[in-house]
Ligand binder design. Sequence first.
Ligand code: BES
Ligand code: MN
Ligand code: ZN
Length: 493
Amino acid sequence: MEFSTKAGSPEKLKTSCIVVGVYSDAKLTPAGSTIDAASQGSLTKAIKRGDQRGVRGSATLLTGLAGVQAERVLLVGLGKQAEFNDKAYAEAVRAALRGVGASGAVELTFTLAEAAVPNRSLAENVRTAVLLAREFAYRFDELKSKKEDPIRLERIVFPVDKASTKETQAGLAEGSALANGVELTKTLGNLPGNICTPTYLATTAKKLGRDWKMKVEVLERKQMQALKMGSFLAVAQGSEQPPKLIVLHYEGAAAKDAPIALVGKGITFDSGGISLKPGEAMDEMKYDMCGAASVLGTLRAIAELGLKINVVGIIPTCENMPSGVAIKPGDIVTSMSGQTIEILNTDAEGRLILCDALTYAARFKPAAVIDIATLTGACVVALGHVNSGLFSPDDALAEELLGAGRRAADPAWRLPVEEEYQDLLKSNFADMANIGGRAGGAISAACFLWRFTKAYTWAHLDIAGTAWKSGTAKGGSGRPVPLLTEFLKNRAH
Ligand code: BES
Ligand code: MN
Ligand code: ZN
């Protein structure tokens, strides 16, 4: 899908389809009024006939309008103008894409970004339109021998005048970079566990490094043994696939600038291990590397944006499998930090690989560390599929991330990390247990990680409910790449 800007009045633009909006009181958007005037009131007539009543999400295709250069005019309902918010705008964009997708049009001239949304700039409206269009066009059919029908729409043109050119172009650039990052994250998530192995993630990271001039190191088992990553390696020991610790360095600022570290859980398949998961929907545990994928996607996005900031991506990646040499309930391991852990449930493996990666992160003297993990089913129970879970003992960092999530339409909701919960992790035989029981399961998982993050400012995102969709729409979501990219954009110089 291509995106561009074009100067000129809407009625004079030669295009296969132009989309304009109408509110529920029959009021047209500015481009709509212009088209209406040029076509002797054709839009007003369609509205009077009842063909388009401004209902949110509806779309009416008009063809052959005299006085208008566009072959088609798509009239999209926007709902009540007083209630036209982020969600209504997104619905309108989707309605436009569906409407034009159903026609034979190859080009869409998109004017809805001019519709005012409270607290949103033109650039943000454009960015949202690009993201939604790329989402609409996204297919994951590389493993099907018969490809799905590609959409016919090839280009989206944003009409501009002198005053709006710069902002529109900024929105286009940001939307495209973000969409590229989101798509990388989606695709890595969608790839099955037999293809997207730890080795595959390492290869992907190296390629990303080559394409975008990032230094990439891949630590092998031997090196991790030398670092005494006993907890991470314990999870990896039941698998035939070698574990990897991937470290990427994006250097967009001066060398002395403390980096932000992003640490992503990279379990390429989570069977549960000896504490085997039930069979239902177990295939979805191929998505257990979505934290890792979001680190790669975010780095992809910020590299394209050229953000002036330093970021270190750290990805511990392995499989969690049952086998004769796998960890067993009751096993006690020593983490890189020296703290010992009694593994009471081998399915609580995410925290076991993350704790060593979090200890490793300290060597970069980071300004802040954010880990991203499909960590707990309990987080899905708590927050559903709308908000990611955000945990941080640092109020300022938590607010920063929540704000970034809201602006990026990729929201998170804060849950507590507090000393009072630490008792849940008591072990009779080691410094801590790796599970804290059913009650507050997402919180005890965060409290476990907290014990390994005392050297820096830290936040944890539990994306178990937001990283992918289940059911017929099964597929990676690309979240929380928009949140993380927005956060880094705000932190950049
Ligand atoms: N990867 C899972 C968490 C998960 C489950 C994410 C379902 C998305 C959907 C994680 O490794 C896990 O198995 N967690 C356990 C922890 C429990 C044993 C304390 C869980 O949530 O059941
Ligand atoms: Mn698990
Ligand atoms: Zn897991």
